[in-house]
Design a protein around this ligand. Structure first.
Ligand SMILES: NC(=O)C1=CN([C@@H]2O[C@H](COP(=O)(O)OP(=O)(O)OC[C@H]3O[C@@H](n4cnc5c(N)ncnc54)[C@H](OP(=O)(O)O)[C@@H]3O)[C@@H](O)[C@H]2O)C=CC1
Ligand SMILES: CC1=C(/C=C/C(C)=C/C=C/C(C)=C/C=O)C(C)(C)CCC1
Length: 314
């Protein structure tokens, strides 16, 4: 197989940046990376990570997932408009009580996380069908598998992504196009920082005192602990060094799976969903872990954190 052109969205930070740099530096030189971002003034960190590969196996282009004209301009600028692998990665976070969020803000989340994907696929799928080849890789989330307290709108946007891809996968298969949903658990990126910043800034006068207290005193410390004990780095999501699953592996696989979870430690949480079709098992388990047996979850997370630290020292 010759060199394949990979277009990645949202490469100014986090997973998109790490994956773009990793693919561009591939020892076998299998990829030409078109690393895109909506604001080219943020290209510094990617240029640094790309190093010698910049303007050789990696080029940086502007693309705003919320703007069809911007997507078309970017794709039209590529030789033959050819994209062999699309990595739809751009995404935004939304967390907090529903009563504190405007419908306009919720629509913005869907505009990026769901309609951004729909716009890109609409632009690229007809060409892929004509060529009878291509791979659409989509950054979903474990929150595209299960819901979570205070993540109502974000999880809904990822569930939309999952339903869209699972449905489209059948048509894609008929035209020899592969489709993969990558489902990371918590990843330590700007996403996490933005989440805490949003909670910090949030006007909680729209909700009752008990809910505000649960957000600040239960959800927030839990979430922080989960990110430090289970969280992956963006580099690990791109290509893990230990036994965790790798995104690069998915991209290079001959028969890539429809779904791919990147974090083995998180898998017991997602498995609950499939163990009981009524949904009661995961609902009860998450409820109890949050409100009743939080000391047990805390203890487990403590052990995991210790193991993480130990691994870091080795
Ligand atoms: N971090 C986590 O815990 C997890 C993240 N994910 C998913 O992974 C993906 C990447 O997130 P992550 O790297 O963590 O977060 P970051 O916030 O670090 O990166 C998100 C990227 O998306 C870009 N972006 C946002 N809106 C647009 C837009 N309209 N057009 C183009 N780019 C846009 C951002 O650009 P800008 O700098 O301009 O805002 C940024 O480059 C997301 O889809 C997220 O939902 C999934 C599971 C867990
Ligand atoms: C509070 C809580 C949990 C938190 C999970 C978190 C915080 C997941 C974050 C996922 C992210 C950020 C995905 C992004 O796409 C568990 C472990 C389910 C157990 C029940 C209680």
């Amino acid at each position: 197989m010759g060199t394949r052109r990979v277009l990645i969205t949202g490469c100014s930070s986090g997973i998109g940046l790490a994956l773009a740099a990793k693919l561009a530096k591939d020892e076998l030189r299998r990829f030409k990376v078109v690393a895109t971002m909506r604001d080219l003034r943020k290209r510094g960190p990617l240029e640094k990570a790309a190093g010698d590969s910049l303007n050789k196996t990696l080029e940086i282009k502007e693309l705003d997932a919320c703007c069809e004209a911007s997507i078309r301009e970017c794709v039209n600028s590529l030789p033959d408009r050819r994209v062999d692998i699309l990595v739809n990665n751009a995404g935004v976070v939304m967390v907090g009580p529903l009563e504190c969020q405007s419908i306009a803000a919720m629509k913005e989340v869907f505009d990026t996380n769901f309609f951004g994907l729909a716009r890109l696929v609409k632009e690229l799928l007809p060409d892929m069908k004509r060529r009878q080849s291509g791979h659409i890789v989509v950054m979903s989330s474990v929150l595209g598998i299960h819901g979570l307290l205070f993540n109502d709108v974000y999880a809904a946007s990822k569930f939309a992504v999952e339903g869209f891809c699972e449905s489209l996968a059948m048509q894609a298969m008929k035209f020899n196009i592969k489709m993969t949903l990558v489902e990371p658990g918590p990843v330590v990126t700007e996403f996490e920082r933005k989440m805490y910043e949003d909670i910090e800034k949030m006007d909680l006068s729209g909700t009752d005192e008990e809910t505000a207290k649960i957000l600040r005193e239960v959800y927030l410390p839990f979430s922080k602990k989960i990110f430090t004990s289970l969280g992956q780095t963006p580099e690990e999501v791109a290509e893990a060094s230990d036994d965790n699953c790798q995104t690069v592996k998915v991209i290079t696989a001959k028969d890539p799976p429809l779904r791919h979870q990147t974090n083995r430690l998180y898998m017991p949480m997602t498995a609950l969903k499939h163990a009981d079709s009524t949904g009661q098992l995961s609902l009860d388990a998450f409820y109890k872990m949050t409100f009743k047996y939080d000391y047990m979850l805390n203890a487990t997370l403590g052990v995991l954190r210790m193991l993480q630290r130990r691994r870091g020292k080795e």
